[in-house]
Design a protein around this ligand. Structure first.
Ligand code: DGP
Length: 114
């Protein structure tokens, strides 16, 4: 089985432009940014999709939201507004099966998303 791309970035086997990390969460810049600021916030724990979350992961998702809030402030995108997005499954465009939240900012966003 192929190793998970984001597990490899978390372990340091593949280089990532890491902007934040702690014991449970790692954040690094997206390799193909869709906005001036585009950061992926991922749990160290390998969870394939949002559908695979368990009750014990509630705190982890809360931590990710708190990291997103802090990063939005640190990256200067909190004042104008930003977007936090998690794609789940092929219909939503999920391409890496290790859950991740896209933190996007630095430009206006339309609604609904494409
Ligand atoms: P999604 O399509 O929602 O599963 O998002 C996956 C994101 O991962 C996509 O925006 C591009 C990004 N990505 C893919 N490969 C790499 C990589 O090797 N390094 C980094 N930093 N990001 C990657």
């Amino acid at each position: 089985m192929d190793p998970c791309l984001f597990c490899s970035i978390i372990k340091g086997d593949i280089k990532g432009d890491i902007v934040y990390q702690d014991n449970s969460v790692v954040a690094f810049r997206d390799i193909s940014p869709k906005a001036p600021v585009h950061i992926l916030i991922v749990p160290r724990k390998h969870i394939e999709t949002l559908l695979d979350l368990r009750d014990e992961d509630q705190g982890l998702i809360g931590e990710i939201c708190c990291v997103a809030s802090q990063l939005a402030k640190d990256q200067g995108i909190s004042k104008d507004g930003f977007r936090l997005v998690a794609n789940c499954g092929p219909g939503a465009g999920q391409s890496v099966y290790h859950i991740h939240f896209h933190l996007l900012g630095g430009r206006p966003f339309s609604w609904p998303p494409g």
